[in-house]
Design a protein. Structure first.
Length: 143
């Protein structure tokens, strides 16, 4: 009877030891290997009033988690392109004096259609569609 009780206590202590190790290591593993969180699917974003947007200017907007550069040209046309440089992923900006998209990191230059025209960027910027609906600027994925 005493032997059974001793065995029972040993098993109980072993189980509590295993549970204690799990309590210690589970948070460490969770930190080192975080669960995969899927990126929310974004199809379109509203980014403000078209009439309030001055010609020959730009702004960076969020399309889900991705930055997009929205440009209103001198002529008043809207262009939306990925704002992530295709070289080393710096955020590009619009140069209102040369009417080009410029990456300050390594002097990469794109035209207003997103084509890489000089500097190190290897690929063009991804285009987005822009629609004006009741004076609201709506950016959608180019399909
Ligand atoms: S990151 Fe844009 S030119 Fe290098």
């Amino acid at each position: 009877m005493t032997l059974n009780r001793k065995k029972f206590l040993n098993i109980l202590l072993s189980l509590s030891g295993i549970a204690g190790l799990g309590a210690i290591f589970y948070p460490i593993f969770s930190y080192l290997i975080p669960p995969k969180i899927s990126e929310p699917k974004v199809n379109s974003v509203k980014v403000g009033s078209a009439s309030d947007f001055p010609n020959n200017s730009y702004k960076i907007v969020k399309f889900g988690r991705k930055p997009v550069i929205l440009i209103k040209t001198v002529e008043g046309d809207f262009k939306a392109l990925s704002a992530t440089c295709t070289h080393l992923e710096c955020i590009v900006q619009y140069k209102s004096d040369t009417h080009q998209i410029w990456c300050a990191c390594h002097n990469g230059i794109y035209d207003l259609n997103g084509r890489n025209v000089s500097g190190p960027p290897p690929r063009p910027l991804t285009p987005y569609d822009v629609k004006i609906i009741n004076d609201e600027i709506v950016i959608t994925s180019a399909g």
